[in-house]
Design a protein around this ligand. Sequence first.
Ligand code: ATP
Ligand code: MG
Ligand code: ZN
Length: 304
Amino acid sequence: MASCWACLRPVDDDGRYHPACLRNVFGVARVPAIDVELAKLHTFALAMVGHTSLSGVQRKISMRLEKESRTLLVATEGGQFILKPQAQTFPALPENEHVSMRIAERVGIQIPPCALLELKDGSRAYLVRRFDRVSGRKLLQEDFCQLAMKSPKDKYQGSAELCAKLVLRYATAPLIEAERLFRLLVFAWWTGNGDMHLKNFSLLRGEDGNYRLSPAYDLVCTRLVIKGDELALPIGGTKRIGRRRLLALATQCQLPTRVAERALQDHAAATADVIDLIRACLLPDEMKREFVDLIRSRAAILSR
Ligand SMILES: Nc1ncnc2c1ncn2[C@@H]1O[C@H](COP(=O)(O)OP(=O)(O)OP(=O)(O)O)[C@@H](O)[C@H]1O
Ligand SMILES: [Mg+2]
Ligand SMILES: [Zn+2]
């Protein structure tokens, strides 16, 4: 049985997506047409540097859905979606990001609606809905580089403890957001993510004026491509992580030990389901095997 390109659960071979999954991403139960080809995407992405609030090194395109023609168009401003095509230097990046997001969702991390899409040239791209746009208005979003008043080029000059400090200082409900941050940091380590730098965490001001950790974004298992890749930000001054380090980080987040223990246990307990997600995802088989091995061995550390 094939897997849904949105939720990764089984779907009829001729379906590719569940109608409900399409509605969740696009608001309608039909796959939109897409007006760009991979060959042109690079030019578009370059043309948009400086034009949109998107930054980062991977090429990505801001898109909007035109309701009448049901077509996804490149948007120079006011885009509702971000599209990330295949990258030359990082094999299967869209598939990797997509399954990483679905795993995050499985362990209770908030994610925006997202799916894989087939481009005109047959390649797959990752599409995610923007969480900083509500009925055409832009919500205020500040990444942790900005909050720490560092320049974007210093996005690796930080630590998990700095992230904790920023959340405790600026979030409206500090302890609730500190627990969410702790879970995201545990998740990043568990899933071999070596690129969670300061710009990959943000606070988002909701319509109610409250500052919360934004839904997760840019989650990738970098170890599948960069062998032995370590964390982007150290925990307790090191990138060699075990249970004790994680529990010490929880203390920095001002979380009671039982809350931290439960977070670690929740990840370990999800292992079988997460392995099912990896097996169902669209990564090449060799990468699936490596990902499963990583998840298993780190789950053992979490539940020790
Ligand atoms: N779903 C989303 N909604 C709103 N803003 C988003 C979303 N996803 C990402 N962003 C914003 O766009 C920026 C770039 O996105 P993202 O981190 O996914 O791209 P990237 O090119 O992989 O970044 P880098 O390689 O620099 O980490 C993020 O830092 C974040 O501020
Ligand atoms: Mg990023
Ligand atoms: Zn689905």
